[in-house]
Design a protein. Structure first.
Lengths: 241, 101
């Protein structure tokens, strides 16, 4: 029988530290989806069970809440664009997950910010796998339970904004953004994208300002404006692993 | 389009994106320019969402209880306060200001 190493324990601790608080946040998604966007319980649960990527879920519900059902193209486009980073995470995780159709299919579903972040922070291949699966499963089970709770008791809560859940959503996005602001280039992109999105809000239909703001990243990325001439710290650290 | 169509379409597309990544050769995004664009795309999308979640009310821009709440959250993240504590604090600040005004 294999004894659990200190490295395994570290990976499990990191998985729980990231996974549990993220999962708890599903309560506000459940409440915002039902009260803000007017989705029913099952529509809300399908988003958490099948879409299962928090940023996209909030984007879809947020655009529907502000623009109504007629804003559906922007709602879907925002969710898809925001979910596109999961495709990149999947490319990153692919060698860690290994072979087997069923295993890769389940792994694809659990490929999100948190599982990728915890996995890539581990040292050995074994602890990277532990980090991925434990985080992914903790968030999946927890997020769906809390979505259900939020959707059900959301009816009892009344106006969501009275509880500051809209501010909580902004703070949660800020928490995901914060670790990515290490470079001057990233800071410039964040400020520019934030301004573009806000300034275009009165002029364009809901959802489109976010898509136009995404062009800021494409322009900075293609020209490497304000970027260092060396490869990024992330890219170089990947090169050594 | 009914709400169900929108929910299912967006869910299937988002799941498809995850699956797609496992089919792509890893060498593609190791080149500097695509790698940089992907990193910055996440930054731009999150920043745009923070901006709208803080200032937008429908298609209007407003300054309300969300602004001090997000400033408090930024200070707490800078002080390395845990994620969930910051999120709850931001909600409390916004809720508190709304209750008092």
């Amino acid at each position: 029988m294999k004894i659990r190493s200190a490295e395994d324990t570290r990976a499990i601790r990191a998985a729980l530290a990231v996974g549990l608080p993220t999962a708890a946040y599903g309560i506000s998604f459940g409440a915002l989806a039902t009260l803000g966007a007017g989705l029913d319980l099952w529509q809300t649960m399908v988003l958490s069970l099948v879409m299962f990527t928090g940023g996209s879920q909030f984007a879809l519900v947020g655009v529907l809440a502000s623009g109504g059902l007629s804003a559906w193209p922007s709602a879907v486009a925002s969710a898809v664009l925001l979910g596109s980073r999961n495709a990149v995470y999947a490319i990153r995780m692919s060698p860690v997950i290994g072979r087997g159709f069923a295993r890769r299919a389940v792994a694809a579903h659990l490929t999100i910010d948190e599982s990728t972040a915890v996995s890539t922070a581990q040292g050995s291949l074994r602890s990277q796998r532990i980090g991925f699966w434990v985080t992914g499963l903790v968030v999946y089970v927890g997020w769906n339970l809390t979505t259900f709770i939020g959707a059900v008791i959301g009816d009892l809560l009344g106006d969501v904004s009275a509880y500051g859940l809209d501010a909580a959503a902004a703070a949660a996005f800020l928490g995901l953004l914060w670790p990515r602001l290490a470079t001057l280039q990233a800071q410039a992109v964040a400020v520019a994208a934030g301004f573009v999105a806000a300034l275009l809000t009165p002029a364009l239909m809901p959802g489109l300002p976010v898509l136009v703001a995404a062009l800021v990243a494409v322009i900075f990325g293609a020209t490497n404006w304000l970027g260092s001439s060396r490869r990024s710290p992330r890219a170089s650290s990947e090169g050594t692993s | 389009m009914t709400t169900w169509h929108v929910v299912l379409l967006a869910s299937i597309l988002c799941f498809g994106l995850k699956t797609l990544g496992y089919l792509v050769p890893a060498s593609l995004l190791e080149r500097p320019t695509p790698a940089r664009m992907v990193d910055l795309l996440t930054v731009a999308l999150l920043a745009a969402l923070i901006s709208l979640q803080t200032f937008a009310h429908g298609q209007e821009l407003t300054l309300d209880a969300r602004v001090p709440a997000v400033i408090v959250a930024a200070v707490m993240f800078a002080l390395r306060v845990p994620f969930i504590v910051v999120v709850v604090s931001a909600a409390v600040v916004a809720a508190g200001i709304r209750a008092l005004t």
